[in-house]
Design a protein around this ligand. Structure first.
Ligand code: CAA
Length: 458
């Protein structure tokens, strides 16, 4: 099998406009700090009617191909993970073929995968599995994930966002998917779902969704630790795995505060499984919770607070940098975790990252979740694949800063417009294409048979 299959290159796309969460707090008449402190969100990106999931994915794929300068026929598999469904049959992948077919490359496996925010991870696993199977034909795989996260007026609306990430998957990668180290938890839950095909909005039980997320995290982390400890035992190492064995930890990020609580939760898992000597010496401030069962603590505010305090240093070292894009752009569902990965790379040098292990937790409501890890290559020398990958995402802060700030009134008007145009036929979306970033694909027209035509801003 090819060696070291993983992520070779990445491209991140987000819309060119945002609303400030402080402005939104005032506009929604909620207490100052509710969105910025309580949820940990400062800005939220959003799309006008000119953008849809197809245009987002066209843009990010085109940009990744331009950045890597690979020939279009070097890609043999293209996977799309999304939950932004505008057609119940025709895959986003088929629209992306527009980019490849001109070069004559129609021999590309892969199709869309959907389950809430988990589809990107399922696509990444599919791509890696293909490469490590007898079906692999020697070419690269590309994984595209993206979503437009919008909610009706109400307490979930500030947890929206929009964006897409494309990743080139291949052998000898600087970020290797560690073999045999994936754990999964899936169950039937109605925490967030989209039964209403006439609307872009999900039905959400916010409090239940948080409990489902944390339960899935506990289960996946327990299984991951068992799997890695088994591998270690075979190699003659007999000790428990803890968060200290992960130099970095990234999470699916519905809102940033949730992630800080999730890292605290992992530390709480380590605490509960440690010996009493270790509990006393390493986990100061948690002693009062000895003997509790994980499943009894999902709504325990004392555990929450104590674990947040005990894990603060760890959060600052292992996770905080990964929240940069999510803080400034919001939730992007399937691409959220991979935006966190790009943010982490953007805020560390190749030298800092070399040789480290990055833990990753992917969660999609409904529910599907996995915990896995990426091993960063040792070679951080100038021109190495790792150094190239790190420098390719270094412009994220500058690009985010170049977006246009819109007022909550303008944001609300555009959300109303999205409602109005959803499933409409025979129209050209209103708006000025010059407000998009250069090189962005946009929806030019929907004809009377719902066929969509796209164009690219020069
Ligand atoms: N200053 C500082 N903090 C404040 C504050 C203020 N003035 N006012 C409130 N807060 C805090 C609250 O104390 C609370 O923090 P704690 O949970 O630590 O106590 C936090 O702000 C949120 O406030 P509420 O508990 O009142 O929550 P809410 O009713 O506003 O709803 C939400 C929050 C449930 C997340 C809602 O926004 C929602 O439903 N979002 C969509 C669902 C979601 O994101 N779920 C996450 C898990 S599911 C998933 O991961 C899949 C996915 O991507 C959707």
């Amino acid at each position: 099998w090819p060696k070291d299959v993983g992520i070779l290159a990445m491209e991140v796309y987000f819309p060119a406009q945002y609303v400030d969460q402080t402005d939104l707090e005032k506009y929604n008449n909620v207490e100052a700090g509710k969105y910025t402190e309580g949820l940990g969100q400062t800005h939220m990106g959003f799309c006008s009617v000119q953008e849809d999931i197809n245009s987002l994915c066209l843009t990010v794929v085109q940009k990744l191909m331009e950045r890597t300068q690979l020939p279009w026929d070097s890609v043999g598999r293209l996977e799309v993970g999304t939950e932004t469904i505008i057609d119940k049959s025709k895959a986003v992948k088929t629209v992306l073929m527009e980019l490849f077919q001109d070069s004559g490359n129609t021999d590309i496996e892969g199709i869309d995968t959907t389950n809430a925010c988990y589809g990107g991870t399922a696509s990444l696993f599919n791509a890696a599995n293909w490469m490590e199977s007898s079906s692999w034909d020697g070419r690269y795989a590309m994984v595209v994930c993206g979503d437009i996260a919008v909610y009706p007026n109400g307490n979930a609306r500030p947890t929206g966002g929009a964006g897409a990430v494309a990743m080139l998957v291949g052998p000898k990668a600087p970020l290797v998917l560690e073999r045999g180290l994936r754990s999964t938890h899936m169950e039937n839950a109605y925490d967030f779902y989209k039964p209403n095909v006439a609307s872009e909005y999900p039905l959400v039980d916010g409090k239940l969704s948080i409990q489902c997320y944390l339960r899935a995290l506990d289960r996946c982390y327990t299984l991951y630790r068992q799997k890695i400890q088994k591998q270690w035992k075979q190699a003659g190492i007999d000790r428990p795995f803890t968060l200290d064995d992960l130099q970095f930890m990234i999470f699916h990020t519905p809102f940033c505060k949730m992630v800080q609580k999730s890292l605290a939760r992992l530390m709480f898992n380590d605490f509960l499984s440690a010996s009493s000597d270790t509990q006393n010496s390493l986990y100061k401030g948690l002693e009062a919770f000895r003997g509790l069962k994980l499943e009894d603590t999902y709504t325990n505010k004392d555990v929450d607070k104590a674990a947040l305090k005990a894990s603060l240093d760890m959060f600052n070292k292992k996770t905080k940098a990964s929240l940069y894009l999510s803080t400034h752009n919001g939730n992007t569902y399937t691409s959220s975790l991979y935006g966190c990965l790009a943010s982490l790379l953007c805020h560390h040098s190749a030298q800092d990252l070399a040789g480290s292990r990055i833990g990753a937790f992917s969660y999609g409501s409904g529910l599907a979740a996995s915990f896995f890890s990426l091993r960063v290559s040792q070679d951080a020398s100038p021109g190495s694949p790792l150094e190239k990958l790190v420098s390719s995402v270094s412009d994220l802060p500058k690009r985010l800063a170049s977006r246009k700030r819109m007022s909550p009134e303008e944001f609300t008007e555009i959300m109303d417009q999205r409602e109005q145009f959803f499933h409409k036929v025979n129209f050209s979306p209103p708006g000025d294409t010059n407000s998009l970033f250069p090189g962005t694909w946009y929806l030019e027209r929907v004809d009377e048979l719902y066929r969509r035509k796209y164009a690219r801003r020069p």
